[in-house]
Design a protein around this ligand. Structure first.
Ligand code: SF4
Length: 499
């Protein structure tokens, strides 16, 4: 097991992301050693540590002289490449074992993909429900519908949420040791460490799962998309972190929810919503990552080239929604999926930021970030960038429509006003489209539609929205375009279209 600083530097990893990863490794290493396994463990502070993954692998292969290098399939094409090179350099065969943590073998996803013209999560999810026999009754979905998404969009109204406190885990001696080492070896990582409370052992992960199914699962569905000032966790589970660290399995999460339901019925919109996240989205996104291959990360369907504004790193902005959501990320290396999709990524999408700039930020700043999950979720779903236009097509990246989403998740300030209380405490006016005090989400939303008119022509799912954009008068279009350009300059985004 190797702790190398370079893995926290290839994107500038949030300090909690680095600590949760290394602490889980050290706890697991200690468990293996206690069970009598022979373990070669290189710590971050080992004076001989070269702090580079490939060099350390090469050194270990030279030192330990293995007959074969056997690894679990990495969750990142980059790491797969490094392992291949290390094995080739040392002239030992590399054996890659399938990752059984996931519910969908690579061949199952490939066969699903080859049976359809387009990959659509909803159809994949239905197959998963049938194949895994989850929430099925006599070959039909329990409750008569596959999906209760429409019941999962409640806001908290004026009163706000009354969510129970979540179970957090104060750092133990091993985690405190990791924090010290990270402070010494990686002093400049972004984010706060004093709020650390992630599960770092399997036991804690299982407690976290129980805490969720007992205390928050019932309300999870209706308030899945709601946001509120000062409330990071609400009815969400925090399970993405221990799941992506493989401290618990997706099957255990589903079983815990179904057992709770058998004991004390859970509203179907909540139970189905949770099941959809675990066996639907999570598995679909991973399937897309491997199905599309390494060239996926280079895609930029909407041809956007803007810079990421500096407030993504320090939260210093007058926009209350972004200040709040970036603040949650700096404090906890986490926000739930709607701040991610509809505030943080939406702003990058409509303002014209390059998809890799925001995707790398998500990879850097979230405790649950791994390339297989971050890339299709951000570059694909949130940035609508995973298509290839005929002009962009190459041999490795042939022309195709966007893969993860058939329409972009672009929204104006209206959506944020409906789903949160942020706009009530903001310096900007969510009712205004242009002007110094206009909500920047509104200016950029309309500019986004104007800029991408050609892209969305013929997209049935965008027809209604584009009709509204076409109703804009010529002076409106000029005013929006000029305002958006000025705003981009002010925020350091620069030009949308590259040189
Ligand atoms: Fe965000 Fe606009 Fe609402 Fe302010 S007014 S909180 S910028 S959506």
């Amino acid at each position: 097991m190797l702790e190398v600083a370079a893995e926290s530097r290839h994107v500038p990893s949030h300090v909690q992301r680095t600590v949760v990863f290394l602490s889980a490794m050290r706890h697991f290493g200690a468990e293996l050693a206690a069970k009598g396994f022979r373990l070669h463990y290189v710590t971050l502070t080992d004076p001989a540590n070269t702090q580079s993954f490939e060099t350390e692998v090469a050194w270990a292969v030279g030192e330990l002289q293995p007959e074969r290098l056997i690894v679990l399939e990495p969750g990142e094409h980059r790491v797969r490449g490094l392992l291949g090179e290390a094995a080739a350099c040392a002239r030992v065969p590399l054996e890659i074992r399938a990752d059984e943590h996931f519910l969908t073998p690579r061949e199952t996803f490939a066969s699903h993909a080859s049976s359809r013209k387009n990959l659509i999560m909803e159809f994949f999810y239905r197959e998963q429900r049938k194949r895994l026999k989850v929430l099925m009754e006599g070959g039909k979905p329990v409750g008569g519908d596959w999906n209760f998404d429409k019941e999962n969009r409640e806001s908290f109204g004026r009163d706000g949420p009354h969510a129970p406190a979540v179970l957090r885990f104060p750092p133990d001696a091993i985690t405190r040791g990791v924090i010290e080492d990270v402070r010494r070896m990686l002093p400049d990582l972004p984010g706060r460490i004093d709020m650390f409370g992630w599960a770092v052992t399997r036991k804690q992960a299982l407690e976290s799962l129980q805490d969720f199914v007992e205390h928050r699962l019932d309300e999870f569905g209706p308030y899945e998309d709601a946001m509120w000032t000062g409330q990071t966790w609400l009815y969400h589970s925090q399970l993405s972190v221990p799941l992506n660290l493989k401290l618990i399995s997706p099957r255990e999460c589903i079983d815990a929810a179904l057992t709770r339901h058998a004991k004390r019925p859970v509203p179907l919109a909540s139970l189905e919503g949770f099941v959809r996240q675990i066996i639907g989205w999570r598995e679909f996104i991973r399937g897309v990552y491997f199905h599309e291959g390494p060239a996926y990360e280079t895609r930029n369907y909407l041809d956007q080239h803007g810079e990421l504004p500096s407030f993504y790193w320090d939260g210093k902005t007058e926009m209350k929604c972004l200040r709040e959501c970036v603040g949650q990320v700096l404090d906890h290396a986490y926000t739930h999926h709607i701040p991610r999709l509809m505030v943080l990524a939406n702003f990058a999408l409509i303002s014209g930021v390059h998809p890799r700039k925001i995707s790398d930020w998500f990879l850097a700043m979230f405790a649950d970030a791994v390339d297989w999950v971050t890339l299709p979720n951000t570059l694909g779903m949130a940035m609508h960038a995973d298509g290839v236009t005929p002009e962009q097509a190459t041999k490795k990246n042939p022309a195709k429509g966007p893969v993860v989403g058939t329409k972009p998740y672009a929204a104006s300030g209206k959506y944020i006003a409906r789903m949160s209380n942020y706009c009530r405490h903001c310096a900007f006016d969510v009712e205004k489209r242009t002007g110094d005090d206009a909500c920047p989400f509104n200016t950029f939303y309309w500019d986004f539609l104007i800029r991408n008119k050609e892209h969305f022509r013929g997209n049935q799912r965008m027809a209604m929205v584009m009709k509204n954009a076409e109703r804009l008068t010529r002076p409106d279009v000029v005013e929006i375009t000029v305002s958006a350009k000025k705003l981009r300059e002010k925020l350091g985004i620069g030009a949308v279209v590259g040189a």
